[in-house]
Write a protein that binds this ligand. Sequence first.
Ligand code: SF4
Length: 262
Amino acid sequence: MSVPVIYDAERKGTVLRIERSSVHDGPGLRTVLFLKGCPLRCQWCSTPESQAFEIEQSDTYSYGTIMSVEEVMRELRKDSLFFFISTGGITVSGGEIMAQPNFTRAVLKNCRNECMHTAIETSFFAQWETIHSILPFVNLAFVDVKFFTKELHEKYCGVDNTLILENLLKTNDIEEKFQLVVRTPIIPGLNDSEEELNQIGQFCSRLKKLSYVQLLPYHKLGTATYSKLGREYLLGDIASPTASDMEKHVKIIERYVENVIF
Ligand code: SF4
């Protein structure tokens, strides 16, 4: 069997890890390529080891490795049979995938050339030209809307969300066909007020490519990693929302958007 030619094979990126058999990052079984580096600092981030752009090392842990596009493709290709059987594919996640745009684009382009279904998980905090250059190689885009209120986004995620919301609206006017899913992590006391959820729902109703909205209940997975990195976890006292809380939040978003899940 001939091995496909790899576009931009020697290009290198900083990879956090590759995880196999995920069922939470798109349809079917997914192999998830996590990249290092994120310009945001969400206080609830469950992968704090993905935030720094450089490789981090402690006595017992090493977070990140440099890989070429060819090395990544060799790993992703190992799961082709599972993708076929489960109608799954690959998901590029972070960190922020738009922060390594040339590497991200090359991996996605090669995956599409090899008929793999491609998904991305992103904050959309990047220049529109960067995002637009990557979307032609994407089947499914998960984009977070963590807050509508700019000041809250800045306070809890470290950056203003104007660029993110503008970029989402720009997807209305492009020809590329991809499935858009907005994800909102529900952080009790931070973004679960009726007013904030109403505004998020209203905003999502303006997105022409929207497939559905997914609300994600806050959890504390990943807090142990903060200790390993010698960092303080700032949201320690917040409890996860109950199923009944989540159902109420779904109902608010459903005032504006037909398909809402949690
Ligand atoms: S955007 Fe994602 S990876 Fe970046 S800090 Fe927020 S939760 Fe963490």
